[in-house]
Design a protein. Sequence first.
Length: 197
Amino acid sequence: MDGFDFGKGKRVAGVDEVGRGPLIGNVVAAAVILDPSKPIVGLADSKKLSEKRRESLDLEIREKALAWCVASASPVEIDELNILHATMLAMQRAVEGLDVTPEFAFIDGNRCPQLLCPSEAVVKGDSKVAEISAASIIAKVARDKEMQELDVLHPEYGFAKHKGYPTVLHLEALKKHGPLVQHRRSFKPVRQLLEEN
């Protein structure tokens, strides 16, 4: 993960989100400023890591990073703004929530939210920029935790298995039990169900 070197001493934040595709729950973003004096081995795109590895890296990132913040946008905000704008809002909140002000931010994807510091969008950034990888890991662990908590409250939906994505299992449970208050009303499968009833 090199090619994005801003020289020593620059406080660079990496920003990523998790949860654009699910039918339920928050879209979660994280911002991380790594400490160059405390390297973290094994940072990679969170989707390519096992759950166990993600969780151990999550703890290490929170311990060693100069600053980190996890933020989100709610299903209500997603329905009001649309998923893209809600994602940008969550990213903005994550950067603004950092204890240390970044001088620059790398954003995973092809567009940047409005930030107080200069930023650059990096497509597939979670496999190119260490700070984005770190952000993708802590965002994924945080959102998975939310889904596990929801699974305890509503085991009939199987959230621990599908994490809210529109799998066959989720769609069948949705049809059988109806949408929960946390479901995103603007997403097609949920909207169609509500229109039918």
